[in-house]
Every structure is written in structure tokens, then in C-alpha cells.
Design a protein around this ligand. Sequence first.
Ligand code: KIV
Ligand code: NA
Length: 277
Amino acid sequence: PKKKSILDFYKMKEEGDKVAWITAYDFPTAQFAEQAGMDMILVGDSLGMVVKGYSGTVPVTMEDCISHCQDVRRGAPNTYCIGDMPFMSYQVSNEKAVENAGRFLKEADMDAIKLEGGQRVCDQIRAITDAGIVVFGHIGLTPQSSGQLGGFKAQGLHVDSARDLIDDAIAVQEAGAEALLLEAVPPELTEFIAKKLKIPVYSIGAGLPCDGQLLICGDMLGMFQAFTPKFVKQYANVAEIEIAAFEEYIKDVKEEKFPTDDHVYNVQDPIEEFEKL
Ligand code: KIV
Ligand code: NA
């Protein structure tokens, strides 16, 4: 398939075609996502939890992100890919934000970057946009600032915080972001924001009424065991499949049922020649 551009996503919003995307962090998952026809792929800093086993995303580095973006790009050369900016790669200054955002394009061939926050990162969004880079905003449950939120908690459940999120959404669009991701906010708020903004609004745990849905591959495939957010629908249980396969393999090895004649390379000269060795 031909790789989509940001214009296709604008058109899809206009025509009411929903965007389906997942996170991926490695070559095989990226390949499978592209073969399945995924509209876009996020190389999320959730890789810290899903792939590296951290309890949050805060420890993830630029080097981690760039490396995984490169792996995903090799697996999905024809899919729109978004690189996720890790904690402290954009908060410190506009200059640092632009420099790091640029690395996702120059070193990992990403199509866009995503960063977390509303009004308080609008200077950075503008600076990155002015450098010619497509920015995806991300508000609501923002894992990099989960310390301030008191954990991985749904946001915008009450009128005051919902109003703040609406202000954030508008500010992010005004700053030049070309799409916005809402995480773990009520569908009523999602619908309001999606109607209010010109840019596409996507949901992860933010309900149906918007322009598309994102899930974390580790959650939807059943590969992440630490916890499962309420908003996850599990489409497969890969952990179960892998564990069963490993158990069977262990049993085969112990009982010498593997390898068999099918799994070996047989000699190509008369066996007598080998017996003289
Ligand atoms: O890193 C990630 O996967 C994300 C999603 C949780 C939105 O940012
Ligand atoms: Na993230």
C-alpha cells in the first residue's frame, strides 16, 4: 500500500473514516502491523514499560527511542510512523526540543513526533512546528507527569479539569500541532473536543466519538502483565501462547523428543569415511 500522509488523515477526519493505530517497538510487530493495514504506528515511550520492564516511562532516553524507531521503520517502510519524545527531551528548552525532534526524522525516518502536555508545552510545539516537523499533541493522562497526577488516572472527570483540558486542546492546535491524542478522558469530553478542533483528535481510552483509536500493542496482544487499564480490549493472549510453546519445548528437550531427523543436517559423504575420523 502507498504510505499515507498527514493530508490523508485530515481527509479521513472530514469523511468520517476512523484511523486505527497501535504502538510498536520492534521489527516483527511493525511488519505485522503494516501487513494488517494499520493506518499509523506510534513508537511510544511506553516501550519503557512494555519492552524494558520499567514501572513508568520516565527513565526512557532519546537513544532508546531512536533505536526502536529505526527498528519499526525497517519493519514498516510504508506506514506513517510517529516517534514519541521521551521525558526531558523537550521540557527543558525550545532549542533542545527542536534538536531532539529533528533526530526522529533525520536518524529514524519518522513522519511526525508526539509530545505530552497542553499550554505548558505550547512554546515547544510552536518551535518544532516552525522547524517543519509534524507534531502530535497528547493530553489527559500523560504518563511522563504521572507523579503530578498521582498515578495513571483518568482525567477530566469533573467540570474544572475538563475545562482545563479543553483550553489545553485549543492551545495545542493554536500552537501548530496537526493532531491531538486524548488519553483516559470521558467520551463526552472527547466528543466536545473532537468537534471543537479542526485537527484530527484520536483516543486511547477516551471513547468512541473522535477520529480514531490507539492501543498499546502489549496490552491488546496480551503481552504486558504488570496491569491492564480499563480501556484496553485484549484481542489476543500472546503470553499464553508463548508460555505454552516454551513449556512444550522444555518438555521435548528433557525427553529428547527434539531435535528429530527433520531438524538436523545429514552428512554428504559415506558414513565409513566419518567413522575413520
Ligand atoms: O507511549 C505511548 O505508547 C503513548 C500512548 C500511551 C499514548 O504515549
Ligand atoms: Na508516550
